[in-house]
Design a protein. Structure first.
Length: 426
């Protein structure tokens, strides 16, 4: 419309209108007569006015305002595919994880720590208690169920006796303990914790007479220890642990690999001999005469001034008379060199055998005059109560118990620690 009005004014048809305010500062665009008027005239840029003298151009005011682009609508991510998962997994493997920051050191203790002997004792008791955990659970779970602030009447005593027998303490030991409860606590209201404490005292009383360490007689050079037991009770491993302990005490130790029927036993004992620094007398061939090997080992030990000679023997079932007779032969042959040998006959018992261990002890004691017991594998058994049954019915000294594979896991037997560990007390 503006261009048409301009053309009409040029042709003299109507007066020119006043400048429109839409384009202030723009001069009127004139077109000569006869020229065609374009449909849309180009808009020429207007140069900025020069700044007044002594002033600073305001560049920011003249910058064009660029409108922000409209926000794009959010599109949900495409569903993950197997290729995406594989890519993420590959990236995770290629980018090393940042190592966690080291924890700050604990603050120094304000109280003095325990003496080394006390710490060692506490560590051993912790291992003993952990090793007896299966036996403890079997015993204490039943006690907790029976005694919860309950009066100790005849019915409760009967249930307690059944619990003790089921825990492999044996009939004789169970009756002795229950009779003690009947005399001291009958008719009283007791809790399960009180029953556990009283039970630990009663068990310790049974075990106290048999808790005797294995003493090495320095008057005999060497002191001969003959290891006997059925197959798989841990004779060879027990010899190795004892050898390590005696070496730590400054004694000179020798091993005799008398299990000549099992090549692995000879090799195992030779490896332990190298580790512990103990000399090993091994057979020249598999199946050699065990009695002759024991004789040679004793003669060599006497010549070399050995303090302790530990003689391994082949595992044999206690109900096989021919195999038991071979043990008698070993003893007869050694006594030709040393009439008092062997000075200790140590029967190793696997705690997992339970009440069968009692029959083993009776037969071995009759055949080869067993002088003491070593109870092994308590850490893998729920039948640790058999030690109480052995103490009550057999009465042989229990020299040591084992709750692990390390040499430190074989320790002298102590009645109070074993009793409290068996019932789960600290």
């Amino acid at each position: 419309m503006a261009l048409k009005g301009l053309w009409d004014r040029i042709r003299g048809r109507e007066p020119a209108p006043a400048p429109t305010p839409e384009q202030p500062g723009h001069p009127p665009q004139l077109y000569p007569p006869g020229n065609a008027v374009p449909e849309q005239a180009p808009v020429l840029p207007v140069p900025p006015a020069p700044p007044a003298a002594g002033t600073t151009p305001d560049f920011e005011a003249r910058l064009p305002v660029v409108p922000e682009p409209p926000a794009m609508p959010e599109t949900p991510p495409p569903p993950a595919t197997d290729d995406d998962a594989a890519l993420r997994e590959a990236l995770a493997r290629s980018v090393p994880e940042t190592p966690p920051a080291p924890e700050p050191p604990p603050p120094p203790a304000t109280e003095p720590g325990p003496e080394p002997q006390e710490a060692a004792k506490g560590g051993w008791f912790a291992r003993l208690k952990a090793g007896l955990s299966r036996s403890t659970a079997r015993l204490t779970d039943a006690i907790t169920t029976v005694f919860r602030k309950r009066r100790l009447d005849e019915e409760a005593l009967e249930e307690l006796e059944e619990t003790l027998i089921a825990a492999d303490l044996g009939v004789a030991a169970a009756r002795r303990i229950v009779e003690g409860f009947r005399k001291t606590r009958f008719g009283k209201e007791v809790t399960d914790e009180e029953v556990k404490a009283a039970l630990a005292e009663a068990i310790a009383e049974i075990l106290a007479p048999v808790a005797q360490p294995l003493v090495i007689d320095r008057g005999h050079v060497p002191h001969v220890v003959l290891m006997v037991g059925v197959n798989g009770t841990g004779k060879t491993t027990t010899i190795a642990k004892l050898g390590q302990q005696y070496r730590d005490q400054g004694l000179k130790v020798m091993f005799a690999a008398g299990d000549t029927f099992r090549a692995a036993a000879v090799e195992q004992l030779q490896i332990w001999g190298e580790r512990t620094g103990c000399a090993v007398v091994a057979p020249a061939k598999q199946g050699a005469d065990a009695a002759g090997l024991a004789h040679d080992a004793l003669a060599r030990a006497r010549a070399e001034g050995v303090d302790v000679l530990l003689v391994d023997t082949a595992g044999r079932l206690h109900n096989k008379s021919a195999l038991m007779e071979e043990l008698r032969k070993i003893i007869r042959v050694m006594r030709k060199t040393e009439p008092s040998a062997p000075h200790s006959v140590l029967l190793t018992l696997d705690a997992t055998t339970g009440q069968n261990a009692i029959q083993q002890v009776r037969i071995f004691k009759e055949m080869v005059e067993v002088s003491g017991l070593a109870v092994t594998k308590l850490d893998g058994s729920a039948k640790g109560g058999v030690v109480v049954a052995l103490a009550q019915e057999i009465g042989l000294p229990v020299h040591m118990v084992g709750v692990g594979e390390k040499a430190a896991d074989l320790r002298p037997f102590t009645a109070r620690d074993f009793a409290r560990g068996l019932v789960g007390l600290g």
